[in-house]
Ligand binder design. Structure first.
Ligand code: SF4
Length: 327
């Protein structure tokens, strides 16, 4: 197969035409054998649909650790002996202060994230106040609070929530190897409820869990059928004490190929690169996510680990002729 085929697939993606099974097999063959060939085409698709802006978002880990779920990658699961930070829901002032700091750093969206399957009624009311504050501070107020029902989503929407984040984490086929405490359908149902509520829905996953390329495609197609707006891409950080502590990190070329393949499969969606980009790509190569089709970046710290310097992230974007944006 020649680059002409990639060019033809990129043209289809620019026209918003879905790639068929044979074309997906071709894309995966390129991803496995000559991943760098995907990148210029993925970048072109991204520029066509989303222009030069790179949406910056940030989070606060507002309640950490002691989670009853058993996600194999997660340092916050109570099933494993990790050194995760553990604390109950932080206060309103802490969240507002963090949101203001991240706004000054360039973020346009700010999410309150809590560990656990879902917050209780009292926590939900406190989070509603936090979201109202974030909105008043001039940011899009987002949340990632686990498996919320329609009533809880509506309550937070009334308070000012603009987006909801809930990852599928991996494909339906691979999910039982990663989490056994809830069903994949509970995740897809939650995402569906958030989409139906008219929220900006951010849903994606973690790569490098031991999943195959076919699993990656399966999740991309699931996200496409759910109609999510934005796809967070995380790369596994193997935390000590978790079942995946010895999992090898993805090689940089493979990680970039994941972003590029997602750009072909979800051509007009925001693909936001989040946790693990520094440790997987290294300091010198982390900017290459922008050459692989990414259109957004989480800045600041992640849930339980340090992120990059925000000024560095913005400079890298500008050096590539792109524009940091609040989207
Ligand atoms: S990923 Fe979320 S639900 Fe899973 S163990 Fe971690 S905090 Fe709990």
């Amino acid at each position: 197969m020649s680059t002409t085929n990639l060019r033809a697939l990129a043209a289809k993606a620019k026209d918003g035409v879905s790639v068929n099974d044979g074309e997906i097999a071709f894309l995966l063959d390129v991803a496995r054998t000559r991943p760098a060939d995907l990148l210029p085409h993925a970048r072109e698709i991204r520029l066509h649909h989303l222009g030069t802006k790179v949406g910056l978002c940030a989070i606060i880990n507002a309640k950490s650790g002691r989670c009853g779920e058993d996600c194999a990658f997660c340092r916050q699961s109570a099933h494993y002996g990790t050194d995760s930070p553990e604390y109950p829901l932080v206060d309103r002032e802490t969240v507002l202060k963090a949101a203001q700091t991240m706004r000054r750093g360039g973020a346009g969206r700010f999410a309150v994230v809590t560990s656990g399957k879902a917050p209780n009624a009292q926590e939900l009311e406190r989070i509603a106040d936090m979201l109202a504050d974030i909105k008043a501070a001039g940011l899009a107020a987002d949340a990632s609070l686990g498996l919320l029902d329609a009533e809880a989503l509506a309550r937070l929407q009334r308070a000012g929530m603009s987006g909801y984040h809930h990852n599928l984490e991996t494909s339906r086929s691979f999910f039982p190897s990663i989490c056994t405490t809830h069903a994949y359908d509970e995740d897809t149902d939650c995402v569906r409820r958030a989409v139906s509520a008219g929220l900006h829905v951010c849903s994606g996953g973690i790569f490098g869990l031991g999943e195959s390329w076919e699993d990656r495609v399966e999740m991309a197609l699931e996200l496409k059928s759910l109609g999510v707006h934005s796809i967070p891409v995380n790369f596994l950080m193997p935390f000590e004490g978790t079942p995946l502590e010895r999992q090898a990190r993805l090689l940089p070329d493979e990680a970039l190929a994941v972003i590029a393949v997602y750009r072909f499969l979800l051509p007009d969606k925001h693909i936001r690169i989040c946790g693990g980009r520094e440790s997987t790509l290294g300091h010198d190569r982390k900017k290459e996510v922008h050459m692989a089709g990414a259109s957004g970046l989480m800045i600041g710290d992640y849930l339980t680990s340090k992120g990059s310097d925000m000024g560095d992230d913005r400079r890298e974007i500008e050096d590539l002729g792109l524009e940091p944006d609040k989207g």
